[in-house]
Design a protein around this ligand. Sequence first.
Ligand code: FE2
Ligand code: FE2
Length: 469
Amino acid sequence: MSINYSERIPNNVDLANDRTLQRALEHWQPRFLEWWKEMGPRDSAQADVYLRTAVGVDAQGWASYGAVKMPDYRWGIFLADRVPDRTIGFGDHYGEPVWQQVPGELRSQFRRIIVTQGDTEPASVEQQQRLGLTCPSLYDLRNLFQVNVEEGRHLWAMVYLLHAHFGRDGREEAEELLSRHSGDADKPRILGTFNEPISDWLSFFMFTYFTDRDGKFQLKSLAESGFDPLARTCRFMLTEEAHHMFVGESGVGRVVKRSLEVMKEIGSDDPQAVRNHGAVDLPTIQRYLNFWFTSSLDLFGSEVSSNAASSFASGIKGRPDETQYQDHVCSDATFTLETPQGQGSVSLRNAMNEVMRQSYVKDCELGIRRWNMQIQRAGYAFRLALPSLHFRRSIGAWANVPTDPQGKPVGREEYERRMVEWIPSETDRAFVHSLMNRVVEPGKMAGWIAPPDRGINNLPMDYEYVRLN
Ligand SMILES: [Fe+2]
Ligand SMILES: [Fe+2]
């Protein structure tokens, strides 16, 4: 079904034919806009931003581009098309028809998962609230805003499910999604990573590379869900999420590129010399990477989890790209797990979090390889690397086990003393912050980051992607 933009809430779920639901969402809409005004990107309400907006949900041409003031962005409810005769692809209900309504006995589990996913969306907008004030270019400012409006739309996606399928509880949860805030001492966001401040653009690129990628894998596993409206919602969200991955990968790549240019110019790879010439040295990039990667690993939960087993068994949450596996039931398969106590075998269903984390790590490695290609081509021996999955964990078997980034156990005292070598120190952060000066002249780029290979939607680099007014 195509998207109806003539309604107050654009949608492709035939909202007009469900007056109660439509009214409930129209009641939530001004609260969302209030939240956007307060917690969304700072000083941006008057800006004309070259944004893409969904106009259809099929693979071809789902987006249209044009200048939009963000408060006028048409946030709405878009589900991927229904797959006729779709059946559940995993777990105890394998092969049975998918559900169009939430089965009563799974209600609270589904609600918890939808609320947790929904909570991350506005959280990231809040984390990124002030970045626009220090953007390296109009191109980057536009990409930030694009990510922000889409995270806002992802909140809409989850709120729709809560309103449409969870009655009064769902409506209350939808309100709560606007009242928790990232980093708030009294009402923080649900997951740790989403309470970490993102106060500079290197963190933003690391966040979109590593933390949005966690989102990608959560969405992939929910896109397999037996609850069809959730699966369809997540399938469409994934098409939007691809842009966030791009912002992260190309962003870090451009910081690396600029660093290499400066190293060449000055004929030195000494970190201090690189800094003196206004670029971020590669070891600092590695420390930022260590921070955001390890923080994002925790988002997948404990290696052994009866919750994950029951989500899989009951058809709530599959594995990302479930079709790549032979066995979709996994009732007697086992998984070999490494814990601080040694190797052990656990039931595969109980290890689903770890299965997911491992597919995530593989996906993370692709970008690292590309960044390292740049470094290699420039003739330097330095290599970026993902730290060990055992390093700096706060959740699961490796929580509070002191290791170095290579995963080698170290004493508690050494662990704490050397942490400044492994994740950004106060000095690193202060230096990176010192580079964050706003550049908003069309076509101009801050000195610490290389321009991208091409502009948005085939437009030239000096296009005025944001008119600040
Ligand atoms: Fe999102
Ligand atoms: Fe995202």
